[in-house]
Design a protein around this ligand. Structure first.
Ligand SMILES: Cc1ncc(COP(=O)(O)O)c(C=O)c1O
Length: 381
């Protein structure tokens, strides 16, 4: 019998796998995991075929295809009015999850502390701990889930090496403001703290609100890794292509790890993305996705679910169920899947201590027919 060392053995199967499996078992509509169920733009699919035909089948450069990095720089200039150097500040990665791990690996040493706001995307804490550091959690509470920056100040000490933030936020759908960035800048000004800003939902912001990247803050930008995902921006989560923007110094540290983890990223996908980003855009993705969010909100209006805040960004909408049941969140999500055929994610899954808010998370990045089928089920409640 092989004796393996204990490596992250306290983690079971993730809630996303559990709920998707349950959805399958009960033939439920899956509004749990954050992935679209609609097809990709055929132009993008065709470019993937073209890439292979054109001979883009071997390793890409370690930092990524230059043509793709140039398109990303153009996009950031147009959307955020920031200049990013394609050579020294952009690295293409196999998705954002990988980029988060790599950024942590580049800066953390055993004994370091990292501040994480909960509810949190599930890879953050494991990625910190896999790098020998300790996650210091700060709890954000319903309904606003806003950050109390005084609390952050109190939790910082000489061991604090990094802070990770998410905007737009999964699972709450909130976004950070310029004032949040200004307050953060004041707190970290005389420290060595590095910021990881997870901005994978940057293009999915609704109601005329604007995504404000940390890159727009000249002071914070110098100490930040900013992580993005084409999976979320172009509805291609299975392609697993993302990127990391950071200052030349941080990028150098990032690439030292990246070159020995994956070295490079799927070349045909990079070719297709670089060509696709040069095509004229028909409709901003936020307009496309807001229609889905609005449809979903109108569906929930005819159910006993409570909406505290419409999602300001991301794929997700939180909803309260205290008019329906007194079950804890996990049990309620299982009950809803089994008896009403709609799978969701309990918000408690995003807190290490499984904090209860009596809220569940719906993913509305689905075909209209999927959302309408879910409506029929939920309106029976
Ligand atoms: C906040 C957040 N960051 C990162 C990711 C992962 O992105 P990728 O699929 O590119 O690894 C997700 C996916 O759900 C997410 O919600």
């Amino acid at each position: 019998m092989l004796q393996l060392p204990e490596k992250y053995s306290n983690v079971g199967t993730t809630i996303f796998t559990v709920m998707s499996a349950l959805a399958q078992k009960y033939s439920a509509i899956n509004l749990s995991q954050g992935f679209p169920d609609f097809g990709v733009d055929p132009n993008l699919g065709n470019l993937l075929l073209e890439a292979s035909e054109q001979g883009f089948n071997q390793y890409a450069p370690m930092a990524g295809l230059l043509s793709l990095r140039q398109e990303i720089a153009r996009h950031l200039f147009e959307s955020q009015n920031v200049q990013v150097n394609a050579d020294t500040e952009i690295t293409i990665t196999p998705g954002a999850t990988y980029a988060i791990y790599t950024a942590f690996a580049a800066v953390l040493q055993p004994g370091d502390e990292v501040i994480v706001f909960e509810p949190a995307y599930d890879s953050y804490i494991p990625n910190i701990e896999m790098n020998g550091a300790k996650a210091i959690t700060i709890t954000l509470s319903a309904p606003s889930f806003s950050i109390d920056w005084n609390q952050v100040k109190d939790r910082i000490n000489t061991k604090t090496k990094a802070i990770i933030l998410t905007t737009p936020h999964n699972p709450t759908g909130t976004i950070l403001s310029q004032q949040d960035w200004d307050l953060l800048a004041e707190i970290v000004r005389d420290t060595q703290i590095v910021i990881l800003s997870d901005e994978v939902y940057e293009q999915l912001v609704y109601d005329g609100k604007k995504h404000i990247s940390i890159l727009r803050h000249p002071e914070l930008r110098l100490r930040s890794f900013v992580l993005y995902s084409f999976g979320k921006a172009l509805h291609i989560t299975g392609w697993k292509v993302g990127y990391c923007i950071a200052s030349p110094t941080l990028t150098e540290a990032f690439r030292k790890i990246h070159q020995f983890l994956s070295f490079s990223v799927n070349t045909p996908a990079q070719y297709a993305l670089s060509k696709y980003l040069q095509l004229p855009l028909h409709q901003p993705v936020s307009v496309f996705m807001q229609k889905k969010r609005d449809l979903f909100l109108s569906i929930l209006k005819d159910t006993p679910f409570t909406i505290y805040e419409p999602s300001a960004g991301s794929y997700f909408q939180l909803a309260g169920y205290d008019q329906i049941s007194s079950l804890p969140e996990h049990e309620f999500a299982v009950w809803l899947t089994k008896h009403y055929g709609v799978a969701t994610i309990p918000l408690s899954a995003f807190y290490r201590d499984k904090k209860e808010n009596k809220l569940i998370r719906f993913c509305f990045a689905k075909k209209e027919e999927t959302l309408r089928s879910a409506a029929i089920q939920l309106q029976k409640l």
